[in-house]
Design a protein around this ligand. Structure first.
Ligand code: CU
Length: 121
């Protein structure tokens, strides 16, 4: 009885949390395109082995999440803005992208072996 009540209430809790995030994002972006995107930081790649391109809409809050054990960073070498995370072995780094354009990102520890592109449309 108690067990099934807990199980049923969990999806509602997630839905409420998602609504809260959505409301905050919309406030930052009246155009209504705001969303979130999570990108994996592995050993030694972004997204997936071989890297890749991730496309998001303007206003998206992108979060890179460290999933491996080696030290990495997220550094923008080209694009509408420059930014860099700390070099870290765990945790995350987040940034909201409000300008359209393509960012060339690299981990400065692993160089050309660890790159990705982020397209903001
Ligand atoms: Cu790296």
């Amino acid at each position: 009885m108690t067990q099934s009540k807990i199980t049923r209430s969990l999806p509602l809790a997630f839905a409420v949390a998602a609504l809260g995030v959505g409301a905050a994002a919309v406030a930052d972006n009246p155009a209504g395109a705001a969303t979130t995107k999570s990108i994996k930081v592995g050993d030694n790649f972004f997204v997936k082995p071989g890297g890749g391109t991730v496309t998001v809409k303007r206003g998206t809050a992108v979060t890179w999440r460290w999933a491996g054990g080696a030290p990495h960073n997220v550094t923008a070498r080209r694009g509408p803005a420059r930014f860099a995370s700390r070099t870290q072995t765990r945790g995350s780094f987040g940034r909201r992208f409000n300008k359209a354009g393509t960012y060339s990102l690299i981990c400065t520890i692993h160089g050309s072996a660890m790159t990705m592109k982020l397209r903001v449309t």
